[in-house]
Design a protein. Structure first.
Length: 148
């Protein structure tokens, strides 16, 4: 009987929503990012990412949000690492392609920026900003001399 009760408790823990501490930390991280306190947001998102039991989608969203905060801090390599990990966790998180495209552009990697912008436009064909971004990147690539 005791073993059955333990199994039942473990099963309930597996299907319950995230613990309030995680939800509170995510809310604090979002608030910090919205207030422009990106370093604080990075720390809070990092705490969430380190927690056990995140689903692939939850992990991807937390990595994506941390990547946005890092990009706002100018930490492009760290932002790109977060965006790449987010896509590994959930390749259907389409917004990552747009943000990673912007990070690549800021690093001067226009071809990579274009590829991600193209992916984003493919997934969001009704987004006028996606097409506008592709046109802008095309103009940038045509006006930037190739490195030899």
């Amino acid at each position: 009987m005791r073993a059955a009760l333990i199994v039942l408790c473990l099963a309930l823990l597996a299907i319950c929503p995230p613990p309030p501490a995680r939800a509170d930390t995510l809310a604090q991280a979002r608030a910090a990012a919205q207030a422009g306190q990106y370093q604080q947001a990075v720390g809070l998102y990092s705490r969430v990412i380190e927690q056990e039991g995140l689903s692939g989608g939850e992990l991807a969203r937390a990595l994506y949000q941390r990547g946005l905060a890092r990009m706002n801090l100018g930490k492009l390599e760290a932002a790109l690492a977060d965006f790449n990990q987010a896509l590994q966790a959930d390749q259907d998180l389409v917004a990552v392609y747009a943000s990673r495209s912007l990070a690549y552009e800021r690093k001067g990697l226009l071809e990579r920026a274009y590829v991600d912008a193209e992916w984003y436009a493919h997934y969001k064909p009704d987004d006028p900003q996606a097409r506008q971004r592709l046109r802008r990147l095309t103009r940038l690539m045509m006006s930037t001399p190739k490195k030899k």
